[in-house]
Design a protein around this ligand. Structure first.
Ligand code: AMP
Length: 445
C-alpha cells in the first residue's frame, strides 16, 4: 500500500520518499487516516514501529490546511518524557515538513531557557516539549497554549513512570477543551487507561503489537556469569565479536559511569549517558555514538528511552531491570524498522527473579549460553520454583549498592557432577521450554 493511498498530500508523500520509506508501517497505515479524519487516537505502539511519522505526517497536513493564529501561540503540542526523544520527534517534524511552511520548536530542560524564549517569540506551529520546561515557559508567558488544535502524549507510560502526571495535568488545564488528542504508549496499565479516560474522547483504538510483546526480530540470549566478571565478559564479547556499536544498559547511573570508565581503561571508546549528565554531555555522547567515534554507550533506562539510532545491531544488558517491561523497551533499541538485531543479557545468580519475571512477561524462555572462561561459580537457576524464598537479592541491591553476594549458591554450580551448565540442552534448538545453559564456542579470556 503506498503512502499516497492514505490521503497524504504530495509534499508529505515526497518527504517519506526522501526518507526511503517504501510503504507505511502498520501503525502508520492505521493512524494516518484516523488522525487526518480528526479523530482522537489511543495507540499501543512501541518505539521502533514508526509511530512518530504516524502522528507527525497527518498533523503536518492538518496544520498546513488551516490558518495560523497571529501571536505567541502553538497549534500542535507534543509532550515527550525525555529530552532526547523531544529532540528526535522535533527533528522528524522538521524533516517531514520540509515542503510545507510550518515551524517546529523543541524545548526541554537542562539547557538555558532564554534561547527557547526567544525562539517562541512569534509562536510556533508545532511545539515539542518535556513537561517541566514547558511549565517554566508558560509561567514566563513565553508561549500561549490556549489555541492548541492537537495534543500528542508520546510514550505516555514512561511519562507516568517518570512522575510527570502532575505536570501533565497542569498543562492540560491550559489547553482549550475543543482539541484533537493522540495518546501513544508502549504498555497499557490501569493507570494509563485512567489518564486516557480524562484526555481522549471516543478514540480510535489502535494496537500494532500485542500487549508487552517482545520485538520478535531481536535475537535474545542470556550469558550466566558472576557479577564481578561482568565488565570483563563485556570486554571479551566486544573484542571477540568485533562489535563496533554497542548500547549497554546499566540499572544505575553510578554503575553506568563505572563501566564506561572501565572500558576506557581497556582502550575501548565508551561514554555514559544518564540523568545526572548535563544536556551538553548527553548530546555529545549520543552524537559520538551515532558517528561511531564512541563504540560503547552505557545508558540507564530513562536516558535511553526513545533513542533512535539507525540499524543499531547490538544491545547488552549488564544487569537486568527491576521492572520487566523495561527489558522490552531496552531490546527495542535494536532490530528497528525491519533490521535484525541482537540483545544479550549478562545475568548473575542474584538476578534470577528478574530473569523469570521477564520470561513470564514475554512468554519466552530465553536461551542461556555459558561463555568459556566466564562460567559462574554461583549458578543462575533455570527453574523459578527453585528460587530461594524471601525478597530477591537483586531487589535488595536495586540501588546499585550490591553486596556482591549471590542469592543462590547451588552445589551443582560449584562444579559438582550433574551441574546444569554441564548438561546439553534437553529439547534441541529453538527457544521454547526450560533449558540448561549451552556452552558458547568462544575462547577463554
Ligand atoms: P519511531 O517508532 O517513530 O521511533 O520510528 C523508528 C524508525 O523507523 C525511525 O528510524 C524511522 O525513520 C523509521 N521509519 C518510520 N516509518 C518507516 C517506514 N514506513 N518505513 C521504514 N522506516 C520507517
Amino acid at each position: 500500500m503506498p503512502f499516497s493511498s492514505l490521503g497524504l498530500i504530495d509534499p508529505l508523500v515526497s518527504a517519506v520518499e526522501r526518507e526511503g520509506y517504501t510503504q507505511p508501517s502498520p501503525i502508520q497505515a492505521q493512524a494516518i487516516p484516523a488522525v487526518l479524519a480528526g479523530n482522537d487516537v489511543l495507540a499501543a505502539a512501541q518505539t521502533g514501529t514508526g509511530k512518530t511519522a504516524g502522528f507527525a505526517l497527518p498533523i503536518l497536513q492538518r496544520l498546513s490546511q488551516t490558518p495560523a493564529p497571529q501571536g505567541q501561540y502553538a497549534r500542535a503540542l507534543v509532550l515527550t518524557p525525555t529530552r532526547e526523544l523531544a529532540a528526535q520527534v522535533a527533528d522528524s517534524f522538521k524533516r517531514y515538513g520540509e515542503g510545507l511552511r510550518l515551524s517546529t520548536r523543541v524545548v526541554f530542560g537542562g539547557v538555558s531557557i532564554n534561547p527557547q524564549m526567544m525562539g517562541l517569540r512569534r509562536g510556533t506551529d508545532i511545539l515539542v516539549a518535556t513537561p517541566g520546561r514547558l511549565l517554566d515557559l508558560t509561567a514566563r508567558r513565553a508561549i500561549d497554549l490556549s489555541k492548541i488544535d492537537v495534543l500528542v502524549l508520546d510514550e505516555a507510560d514512561r511519562m507516568l513512570d517518570m512522575g510527570f502526571i502532575h505536570d501533565i495535568r497542569k498543562v492540560l488545564k491550559m489547553l482549550p477543551t475543543k482539541r484533537q488528542n493522540l495518546m501513544f504508549s508502549a504498555t497499557f496499565s490501569g493507570e494509563i487507561r485512567t489518564l486516557a479516560a480524562t484526555i481522549v474522547r471516543n478514540p480510535v483504538e489502535l494496537s500494532v503489537t500485542p500487549k508487552n510483546s517482545t520485538a520478535e526480530r531481536v535475537e535474545q540470549l542470556v550469558h550466566p556469569v558472576d557479577k564481578k566478571q561482568k565488565p570483563s565478559l563485556l570486554r571479551h564479547l566486544i573484542v571477540t565479536h568485533e562489535w563496533q556499536q554497542v548500547l549497554v544498559f546499566s540499572r544505575t547511573k553510578h554503575g553506568a559511569n563505572r563501566l564506561a570508565t572501565q572500558l576506557e581503561n581497556w582502550d575501548i571508546n565508551a561514554a555514559a549517558i544518564h540523568g545526572n549528565k548535563s544536556q551538553g554531555a548527553r548530546t555529545k555522547a549520543l552524537a559520538g555514538f551515532k558517528d561511531k567515534s564512541i563504540r560503547v554507550l552505557v545508558a540507564t533506562d530513562i536516558a535511553a528511552r526513545g533513542l533512535d539510532i539507525d540499524k543499531l545491531p547490538q544491545v547488552v544488558n549488564v544487569d537486568l531491570p527491576n521492572v520487566p517491561e523495561d527489558y522490552v523497551h531496552r531490546i527495542g533499541r535494536t532490530g528497528r524498522a525491519g533490521a535484525s538485531g541482537k540483545a544479550v543479557s549478562l545475568v548473575s545468580a542474584d538476578e534470577a527473579k528478574q530473569l523469570f519475571d521477564i520470561e513470564k512477561l514475554i512468554k519466552t524462555k530465553l536461551d542461556r549460553e555459558l561463555v568459556d572462561g566466564f562460567e559462574p561459580v554461583h549458578d543462575v537457576p533455570t527453574d523459578p520454583k527453585k528460587l530461594p524464598k524471601g525478597p530477591p537479592a537483586a531487589a535488595r541491591s536495586a540501588s546499585g549498592r550490591s553486596s556482591g553476594r549471590p542469592a543462590n549458591r547451588s552445589g551443582a554450580a560449584a562444579g559438582k557432577p550433574g551441574a546444569p551448565r554441564r548438561r546439553r540442552p534437553s529439547g534441541g534448538g529453538g527457544s521454547g521450554g526450560s533449558r540448561a545453559p549451552q556452552r558458547a564456542g568462544s575462547r577463554g579470556r
